[in-house]
Design a binder for this molecule. Structure first.
Ligand code: COA
Length: 182
């Protein structure tokens, strides 16, 4: 059985900037096989924290995971009733313990409370594992968007995914990511 760790979720603070930048870059190092360089910079994370949209999941040793959530109407390019989830990052040594699912659930609940009818996100098509992961959480592909980046090592595009947030308050017992002792 996968061990469970005690966690709590809060909004990121400016004092988290360095730790959060390092965490996101460690988590996204998996994409270096097709995209050179770091995923983000301290300046970008500082601005996102200032926007109030970053959530962090803390455990005994610090920040274990983080996610960016834009509420309805806050994300250009997605329908105004949709929230948007991005930069989901779990500390590599803590992956596979349910923290990613836990943060997605928190983001969905927050978005729904803010009036969003759906959650949108986008992933790079070269991450087939991620497509499967988000599908298992109820997301479905709704389109694609071109992706160009000077550091891209091979052709790629975004896969746009969305999930209706209706009835997101309760999940059947036993469903992947059911909330255990948190
Ligand atoms: C993708 C990511 C957020 C998942 O978080 P996580 O905490 O490792 O995942 P969880 O433990 O919550 O996942 C639960 C289930 O998904 C499975 N899973 C975890 N990572 C997976 C992956 N990359 N692909 C497919 N399945 C995966 C687990 O085995 C588990 O399945 P089970 O319940 O049947 O045992 C995390 O691996 C990560 O930070 N990756 C790097 C950054 C990234 O790709 N972010 C997403 C960009 S949008």
């Amino acid at each position: 059985m996968t061990p469970s760790i005690a966690t709590s979720v809060r909004r990121a603070r400016s004092s988290d900037t360095a730790a959060l930048t390092a965490l996101v870059n460690r988590a996204f190092a998996v994409e270096r096989v097709f995209l050179d360089g770091d995923r983000t910079t301290g300046d970008e994370i500082a601005a996102l924290i200032a926007s109030g949209c970053f959530l962090v999941l803390e455990y005994a040793e610090g920040i274990g995971a983080a996610v960016l959530v834009h509420g309805p109407g806050q994300r250009p390019g997605v329908p105004p009733s949709h929230a948007y989830l991005g930069m989901l990052s779990v500390e590599p040594g803590l992956q596979g313990m349910g923290l990613g699912v836990r943060l997605v659930r928190v983001a969905e609940a927050l978005a729904e409370a803010a009036g969003a009818t759906s959650m949108s996100l986008r992933i790079i098509n070269l991450r087939e594992d991620l497509t499967r992961w988000y599908r298992s959480l109820g997301y479905r592909q709704v389109g694609t968007t071109p992706f160009t980046h000077p550091s891209l090592k091979r052709p790629a595009h975004f896969i746009d995914m969305t999930k209706s947030l209706e009835a997101a308050v309760c999940y059947p017992v036993g469903e992947a990511g059911a909330v255990g002792a948190a």
